[in-house]
Design a protein around this ligand. Structure first.
Ligand SMILES: Nc1nc2c(c(=O)[nH]1)N[C@H]1C(S)=C(S)[C@@H](COP(=O)(O)OP(=O)(O)OC[C@H]3O[C@@H](n4cnc5c(N)ncnc54)[C@H](O)[C@@H]3O)O[C@H]1N2
Ligand code: MOO
Length: 636
């Protein structure tokens, strides 16, 4: 078979039709009630008994004959004789005659002869004499047998998804075993680069995310996942794994190896063993998906990229599972919201991950290769193939993921433990995208962020305001934050006393666009000037200058496990990692905030905490507030 070229793609509509036509017959299995949650009930459930099975009291008080109490009132209580007491669970028989009362607990059986219960609050007992201050009517405070569930009544309909409420009902009718539908969906992850979570990672390997994410998705649909683990990119091993899964499962999913790469051969194996129904759908992400059939077992090759795999699972595999189990897809909340920024698209129909913050939609797309694309998003918008641009301010419909708590504030920019502390102390839910200061400024100008966290120094040593001026950002303010000690981070056995000593050592730099990298550049420039050489020349002698670690923590990790000799970053991170630190500069870490948000409660809280003494005290070593902290600068 030739290597795949995606010249002709199946339209989304045709792919949906195809998926709708695929259905498999699930088995029925009987599970202990403790294990039945999340599954689909296989039969109508009829109650074999009345619930409650006997007339029972719903209050603590006295079982009486209602007519005896009719004359009772506050000023003129009536008197009855107490002849006994019935606790819940009591199996003895009692009888209440005219003029008598029996003490009774909530949940206890109503004695013969009685037809009402007076609450204890309306009575006063002295010895066996009971005064009743309020009348009760017949059946008051009694739950009659069968009024909750009647014997023979259908309590659950076939194909209902079993949740906590259904479990409660099943247990109340005494069921300890529940017949459920059993649809086994196998998942094979292919890729020589994959490692099982929990094992040592090594270089150029990644942890297998798809087996577990997809397995959770299968369970959410009410089917039974079976993880076959990781299979290396080896034709024979892949064939063996697929044969086994096809023999044991009702539906088989593979991940990876669907595309055009040299090692991507799963689609060929599916074609050889069975029939390819489609390979390549005009959708983004997930274009290279394969839908096939082997021995009547639907076999779907999901793309390896985690976000693509999960999106395709939701869009094209979940419907097959639901269809086969006979259930309606679980209800998805759709909300109408306003685009906070524009989104460019075009070409393929797109399932675009978005965040929703206070009714505004912003893109949450980190490409389909990133697993956090979906976990940092609140939902998706569907963008049609012919739509090229969605204008800021336009209305869109967002299909929300289940159980999302929409964040209170959206922060983009530099990463800092001080920001984590602000989140903790405000009690707000931040969505923080640690992408560096430059991304923070860009997000601000695009209207995507509420707050940009920035530490960008210019050639004159000014922080942040010059960038704002250059970008002509007018509808924002600069709120001065705190100072952070930045410097060299290294192991105790490395001898470094200043930036000069790092020449010929192996260093790790931060990502382009981060303020920390800009600061290091400035320090390198100053050092070069002092030595009378060019900055470029100086950079050449720094091994590792071109690296781009994404966070202070990952810089420390690289130093700690000996991959590099020296890193550049904040003291707080060095201390946390137990590494040595020499300060080179003290920088200003600030916040750019949208002007129109200054008065909202969330921002007011943010500012109050930033300016508080308590915040200042709790900051980690190397980060400190100063006289400018919390002051607002509105012209730059
Ligand atoms: N020349 C072309 N290259 C690619 C195309 C194309 O049309 N032409 N399509 C791209 C698209 S779109 C996608 S999606 C991917 C799909 O690739 P495969 O299905 O062949 O998947 P792999 O190459 O094996 O992996 C892709 C990516 O995902 C990582 N991965 C794989 N499995 C897992 C897993 N279980 N857990 C976490 N991450 C996983 C893998 O390491 C790769 O980085 O192809 C593009 N290329
Ligand atoms: O379709 Mo791929 O899934 O764009 O990344």
């Amino acid at each position: 078979m030739e290597r795949k070229e995606f010249r002709e793609l199946t339209s989304v509509e045709d792919a949906r039709d195809l998926v709708e036509s695929i259905k498999v017959q699930p088995q029925i299995t009987v599970l202990p009630i403790e294990e039945a949650a999340g599954r689909i009930i296989a039969e109508d459930m009829l109650s074999g008994l009345d619930v409650p099975a006997f007339n029972r009291s719903v209050k603590d008080g006295y079982a009486v004959r209602a007519k005896d109490t009719y004359q009772a009132s506050e000023p003129e209580p009536i008197e009855l004789k107490v002849t006994g007491s019935i606790p819940a669970g009591c199996e003895d028989s009692f009888f209440v005659d005219d003029g008598e009362a029996v003490e009774i607990s909530t949940g206890a059986p109503i004695p013969d002869g009685a037809d009402a219960v007076v609450m204890v609050e309306s009575t006063k007992q002295t010895g066996d004499s009971l005064l009743i201050y309020q009348p009760v009517h017949i059946n008051e405070n009694i739950m009659r047998a069968g009024t909750d569930i009647m014997k023979g009544e259908r309590i659950l309909r076939k194909n209902t998804r079993i949740g906590s409420r259904e479990i409660g009902v099943l247990a109340s009718i005494g069921m300890d075993k529940v017949p459920v539908k059993e649809l086994v969906v196998g998942i094979i992850s292919t890729g020589s680069e994959l490692i099982r979570p929990g094992e040592e990672l090594g270089t150029s390997k990644i942890y297998d995310a798809n087996s577990y994410a997809i397995s959770a998705g299968i369970e959410e649909c009410g089917a039974t996942p079976r993880i076959y683990g990781i299979v290396r990119d080896d034709e024979k091993l892949m064939e063996e794994a697929l044969d086994r899964a096809i023999a044991e499962c009702d539906i088989v999913l593979t991940s990876g190896s669907t595309s055009a790469g040299a090692g991507d051969i799963m689609y060929m194996i599916i074609e050889e063993k069975g029939e390819t129904l489609t390979h390549g759908i005009a959708i983004k992400p997930g274009k290279p998906v394969v839908i096939g059939m082997i021995n009547n077992v639907p076999t779907i090759g999901l793309p390896g990229n985690p976000t693509s795999a999960l999106s395709i699972f939701n869009e094209f595999v979940a419907p097959i599972i639901y269809n086969s189990l006979g259930v309606k897809p679980s209800f998805k909340t759709k909300v109408t919201a306003i685009m906070g920024t524009g989104i460019r698209s075009g070409g393929r129909e797109e399932l675009f991950p978005v965040g929703v913050v206070r009714g505004k939609v912003y893109p949450a797309d980190k490409t389909s290769g990133a697993i956090t694309t979906l976990s940092d998003a609140d939902g998706i918008i569907e963008i049609r193939a012919h739509t090229e641009y969605i204008e800021p301010g336009s209305e869109v419909e967002v299909t929300m993921f289940g159980n999302v708590t929409s964040p209170d504030l959206m922060l983009v920019g530099g990463q800092c433990p001080g920001v984590d502390l602000l989140e903790e102390m405000t009690g707000l839910n931040f969505r923080t995208l640690n992408m560096g200061s430059s991304a923070g400024f860009t997000a601000m100008s695009g209207g995507v962020a509420d707050i940009a966290c920035v530490n960008m120094v210019d050639a004159d040593g000014n922080y942040n305001s010059s960038v704002l001026k250059r970008m002509n950002l007018e509808d924002v303010v600069l709120v001065k934050g705190y100072r952070r000690e930045q410097g060299l981070i290294f192991s105790p056995d490395t001898h470094v006393y200043g930036l000069e000593d790092t020449i010929n050592l192996h260093i790790i730099n931060r990502n382009r666009g981060s303020g920390t990298r800009a600061l290091l550049d400035r320090e390198i420039g100053l050092l070069a000037e002092g030595k009378g050489i060019s900055k470029t020349e100086m950079i050449k002698s720094l091994k590792g200058y071109n690296s781009g670690s994404k966070s202070h923590r990952s810089v420390c990790d690289a130093v700690k496990n000996g991959r590099v000799d020296v890193g550049f970053g904040i003291k707080a991170a060095a201390e946390e990692a137990g590494l040595e630190f020499i300060p080179l500069a003290e920088e200003e870490f600030d916040f750019v905030i949208r002007k129109d948000l200054l008065e909202i409660e969330e921002i007011q809280k943010f500012l109050a905490v930033l300016r508080s003494e308590d915040f200042s005290k709790r900051l980690p070593p190397g980060i400190s507030t100063y006289e400018m902290t919390g002051s607002i600068i509105s012209s730059f």
